[in-house]
Design a protein around this ligand. Structure first.
Ligand code: SAM
Length: 249
């Protein structure tokens, strides 16, 4: 039985392809790719010519069946998405689940992912984060989703497309307030990479004023809501205060 390699690929800068990814992509004879045209470019870049099978949102189950046949016949397969890590706001989960079910070995090759790249450059000290991926595309549903997240104390990581970035920032400001700290990461690892930190109240007008800041791919990292002092702690503080008051002259 072959192995399914889940291979992360660059999110912009081709030099971010790992040595191991290059080795595996050059060696496998079958590539499961989100969009075969996109992956052909990467294969050309490394001089590899595997056969390709498209695995996208609409055919993932059927594609998993086909891949399983090849793996069970002893062929190794690499799974890639258009950019970054498969399965992270990208197809891949169904294929991987099918392999687990069939007892096929799944070997991940770590590498670029926009979520971790953005977090590493955000400078927030909290450890816990919630990866949201894409919010709903329509205004009402998006604002509702944002409001439902407004009390979360973890960092929030969002993906957004250029044609919705302004509307999304506007809804974030409405739902979370102008004082919420945010880091906007645009075009990570690419020529026009921009990483800017401020409050929503500062960054929305900055983005509105410059059409260049509305182009490309975006990750938005938001600080979490302030931790609420728990009631238990308030009671404890009250108890200590009473003791201190009783002892004070
Ligand atoms: N699987 C990918 C990953 O591991 O990050 C994510 C795929 S998702 C369909 C594409 C979204 O990821 C983009 O709309 C954008 O929000 C984010 N993204 C991908 N590459 C990026 C980059 N170079 N800079 C900023 N955001 C990026």
């Amino acid at each position: 039985v072959g192995t399914l390699y889940v291979v992360a690929t660059p999110i912009g800068n081709l030099q971010d392809l790992t040595v191991r990814a290059r080795d595996v992509l050059s060696r496998v004879t079958l590539l499961a790719a989100e969009d075969t045209r996109v992956s052909s470019g990467l294969m050309r870049h490394i001089g590899a010519q595997p056969r390709m099978l498209a695995v996208h949102e609409h055919n993932e189950r059927a594609a998993a069946e086909k891949l399983l046949q090849h793996l069970q016949a002893g062929e190794d397969v690499a799974l890639v998405s258009d950019a970054g890590t498969p399965g992270i706001s990208d197809p891949g989960a169904r294929v991987v689940a099918a392999m687990h079910q069939a007892g096929v070995r799944v070997e991940p090759l770590p590498g670029p992912s926009a979520v971790v790249t953005a977090l590493s450059a955000s400078g927030f000290e909290r450890t816990a984060f919630r990866f949201i991926g894409f919010l709903p595309p329509k205004h009402n549903a998006r604002l509702e989703a944002i409001r439902a997240l407004s009390d979360a104390t973890e960092l929030l990581v969002l993906y957004e497309a250029p044609h919705r970035i302004l509307d999304c920032m506007q809804d974030l400001l409405t739902g979370l307030g102008a004082a919420r700290e945010v880091v906007v990461c645009r075009e990570l690892t690419k020529t026009f990479e921009t990483i800017r930190r401020g409050t929503l109240g500062e960054l929305l007008p900055w983005m509105q004023a410059d059409p260049n800041q509305q182009r490309g791919e975006f990750v938005i990292v938001l600080d979490g809501a302030p931790e609420r002092v728990s009631e238990g702690l308030e009671e404890e503080q009250e108890r200590v205060l009473q003791i201190l008051l009783a002892e004070l002259p």
